[in-house]
Write a protein that binds this ligand. Sequence first.
Ligand code: DAH
Length: 335
Amino acid sequence: MKEELKKTEQEALKSLEATSDRQGVNLLRTRYLGRKGVMTQCLRGISTVPAADRPEAGRLANEVKTRLEVAFREAIERLDADSKEPSGGLDVTLPGRSFARGRLHPITQVTQAISEIFLRLGFEIAEGPNVELDYYNFEALNIPKDHPARDMQDTFYISDDVVLRTHTSPIQIRVMEKRSPPIRIIAPGKVYRVDSDVSHTPMFHQIEGLMVGENISFGDLKGILTTLVHQIFDEETSLRFRPSFFPFTEPSAEVDIQCVICRGKGCRVCSHTGWLEVLGAGMVHPAVFEMVGYDTDRYTGFAFGMGIERIAMLKYGIDDIRKFYENDIRFLEQF
Ligand code: DAH
């Protein structure tokens, strides 16, 4: 009886192992565990076993039956789990799940692109504080106390002699105070003015440039700015220098580029002039050099300052500066 049970169990498990479909497993289960199955017969057969061996035989038979039940249940569970896989396993033609990827703000991208152009030209990057002393923002830049640029309308005053910087020009002074020529720096950063409409936000960005040394001329300024414009836009974009006034440069110029929208023919963006103003520049005023203790007979230099939003708007064809700061992901995702 014992041998017979062992043989039956082994046979059943072997057949089960060799069966890989549900129907086959069910048939086997009926054969071994069904009402008229092998195990039922075995259990019935126990009555023919001598009375002394009967309890032992019964226990064994029940153990085998339980083990087979478990084996069949597990086999069916395995088949169920497998059938949840799509037929043929993995469908490699299904589109993948994409990750939401962040990106740099367009203003950061333009700042980096401009910075890279200057780094290639041998300029270094300088920084200064956003909350600035009146001295650096105005006084040292030859902007006297009664200059219109100091008007309460434009400047955010923190106190009588502390302001939110209205331009990146104070960084020129901070750099020159610490170092002697030759100097070649650019200074990108945030600036603040009391102003708000389609082309003005209370906070915006500028890049300042400064080059000081012996024999630095207006020609160098033109060369550097021409290279810059050709690299940001294209080689076809021409520049125009218009005489202007800034307290910290003499002579001063406002620099226009040929309208990148209409190519100089005249359109709404350039107010039908064919030109767009992009930056202010000039030769550093001797009064500024005196403020930082430079020898004005020995050194000359040029400086310039440009609005980054303005460049970004022209580069990407954006007509409202406020879009940069509304944090609308649909807008920002395009860059
Ligand atoms: N700081 C000026 C402004 O915000 C721009 C500027 C003009 C900067 C001429 C300069 C410069 O360095 O030489 O309008």
